[in-house]
Design a protein around this ligand. Sequence first.
Ligand code: UDP
Ligand code: MG
Length: 131
Amino acid sequence: MERTLIIIKPDGVARCLTGKIVQRIEDKGLTITKMVKTTLETPKVEAHYAHLKDRPFFSDLVAYMTTGPVILLEVTGENVIQVMRNLAGPTDSCKAPAGTIRGDFGTSVTQNVIHASDSVEAAESELQRFF
Ligand code: UDP
Ligand code: MG
């Protein structure tokens, strides 16, 4: 069994997509083991995206992630890290295929509705940061 961090980003929460996203996770047979609604502070978002700090979109990304409440989820299941990346789809919502969360609900490369950890190491450190 593996676990991962999912964040329903501010656009997803504001557009009332939480129920639909949770339904997709549960329909896939994964288990939500923690769930918290909160508004993220700038330093935590900067730490979470520290590997992107030299990219031109970094300040817009941090501003977007702190605009309103998010939902933090710990999701548990077999190969859950890869399975959730597949459910999320590619980063850019405009290129993500229909049937993926980003392809169906995302509106841009930045406003792409969810975060999903990309490795076992990232998942463990992100879960520690946010829970
Ligand atoms: N992002 C952005 N512009 C870009 C690439 C990424 O605004 O050109 C944002 C987007 O919200 C993305 C986040 O930065 O989800 C983290 O980027 P990463 O490359 O890690 O994509 P992810 O792992 O979320 O698919
Ligand atoms: Mg990433």
